[in-house]
Design a protein around this ligand. Sequence first.
Ligand code: GLN
Length: 259
Amino acid sequence: MSEGPSTLRIGLLLPDVMGTYGDGGNALVLRGRARLRGLDAEIVPITLDTDVPASCDVYTLGGGEDVAQTLATRHLARHRGLHAAVDRSVPVLAVCAGLQVLGHTYTGSDGTTVEGLGLLDVTTTPRLTRAIGELLVEPTAEGLTERLTGFENHRGATTLGTDARPLGRVLHGVGNGTGDGREGMVHGSIIATYLHGPVLARNPQLADLLLSRAMGLTDPSQLSPLNLESVALLRRERLAHKPSHAPRRRWWSRLNRQA
Ligand code: GLN
């Protein structure tokens, strides 16, 4: 950890524009799971009004609408603290629009292509329809064995380059949306996914993987176990839920046009 030996600093990137889907909860989960283990932890909100510090121990970036993600992209391209942190292999969690921003380019629903930060070897183009619904994933990335649950709401379809490996295989839902059944991606210290939820609330194994890396541990098993009944209940309920993607309705096609 960078700021003194006992305070874990969690960089919450651009909650002012990338907070639409509740992904700010991922930072709360990391802070909570650190504090429950007796570790001091704080959330560092990084907004459009602030510089981007390179000194955090972990960063989270959530989803947002096409226009919001373009504002986020511009800010992160101008203030390059995240680039410096990634160069040092600091762990980053990027969700949905967040992952699109970190990629090479993304094309929004209006056909405009925006240059991303190029930290993640992916490109995103729009699907014909939005993917909306529960998403269930069998993880394939190192360090994860438990199924990942969440919900997705995106128009973008993301293609992986050779430096990115998939996070997992879709069991139900759409995921990356390129027809190959892949979901999310891992590239260096970045873990990226289309799962909202917030994903770390629904998937404690993923939360502890990020937390252990943020703390500089070699393995999450070095963290003391947490048996949280509320987390177990949520997980049981979500895994038992029969997911269904919503049927097409008239409002649905309006939503597609809005992105
Ligand atoms: N605007 C992007 C898309 O529709 C991301 C949406 C999101 O973050 N949920 O693909």
